[in-house]
Write a protein that binds this ligand. Structure first.
Ligand code: NAD
Length: 259
């Protein structure tokens, strides 16, 4: 048990990578606050964490709302007495042709993926600073390493997450707080169902699943990434095994991206 006695917050933990990460942290001994904009899925994940024998609480948190973020950290402190880990996972993506990109979608993507990440980090770090310890893992993407023609806003937000990770690692190191990011590749979640449907089926006229299969052929390790692959890397970065690692953005993508 690498995270025995730790208290973790995972945003967007109602499904996908966030849910799997919440359960992986719990299996390593952490109690978990499930921060989720969808109260139904948030409660479900919290129940699954409790079934693993750990404490769990779910908050209805929209990471674009500063009041919600303060409430999330307050609830973690009230429930667990501390905040040791923040996994800044919540994120959204909408596939759009570059000429169809509109202002409202641009603003929304940046609000969730960048503003949300920064202010969750800031609020959790206030508490970690008092404790003189803490670990933050931000969810970037290999899309933030290179260009993406049909998700210009999304790719830009993930580059911003890598930048925030580096700046925050420098700012928070004196307080004993480590900050890293993970950059997953093509993960088998609802997000990729959306990409396959809009990019593959609507834009390219391909049958369902075909665009995902084509992308799969480019993965050196030869299989689609599962949420567990990302969760394992996050658990490592949260553990003492990574206690000399900060300010890094770790590609977890089966070799799809190497820079
Ligand atoms: P998903 O859509 O399955 O899950 C996202 C979760 O975030 C959902 O539970 C959703 O309700 C929640 N959420 C959305 N907006 C929110 C908000 N404003 N406040 C709080 N919660 C909110 O997506 P996923 O594939 O599990 O992706 C999780 C993270 O991993 C995202 O940041 C995503 O960009 C990143 N990522 C995913 C992939 C992939 O291929 N699936 C690849 C690289 C990075």
């Amino acid at each position: 048990m690498r995270l025995e006695g730790k208290a973790a917050i995972v945003t967007g933990a109602g499904q996908g990578i966030g849910r799997t990460t919440a359960l992986a942290l719990a299996r390593e001994g952490a109690d978990v606050l499930v921060a989720e904009v969808n109260p139904e899925t948030g409660q479900k994940t919290a129940g699954e964490v409790r079934a693993l024998g750990r404490k769990a609480v779910a908050t209805r948190t929209d990471v674009t709302r500063l009041d919600d973020i303060r409430g999330m950290v307050d609830t973690a402190v009230t429930t667990f007495g501390r905040v040791d880990i923040l996994v800044n996972n919540a994120g959204i993506l909408k596939v759009q042709d570059i000429f169809a990109q509109n202002e409202a979608d641009w603003d929304r993507t940046f609000a969730v993926n960048v503003k949300g990440v920064f202010f969750c980090l800031q609020e959790a770090a206030r508490r970690m600073r008092e404790q003189k310890s803490g670990v933050i893992v931000n969810m970037a993407s290999i899309a933030g390493r290179g260009g993406r023609p049909i998700m210009v806003d999304y790719a830009a937000t993930k580059t911003a997450v890598i930048s925030i990770t580096r700046s925050a690692a420098l700012a928070l190191a004196p307080y004993g707080i480590r900050v890293n990011a993970v950059c997953p590749g093509i993960v088998d979640t609802a997000m990729w169902d959306h990409i396959d449907e809009i990019w593959g089926m609507q834009m390219l006229g391909l049958p369902r699943g075909e665009q995902r299969r084509r992308r799969l052929q480019a993965i050196p390790l030869g299989r689609l990434e599962q949420p567990e692959d990302v969760a394992k890397a996050i658990v490592f970065l949260c553990s003492d095994e990574a206690d000399y690692i900060t300010g890094q953005a770790l590609n977890v993508c089966g070799g799809l991206e190497m820079d």
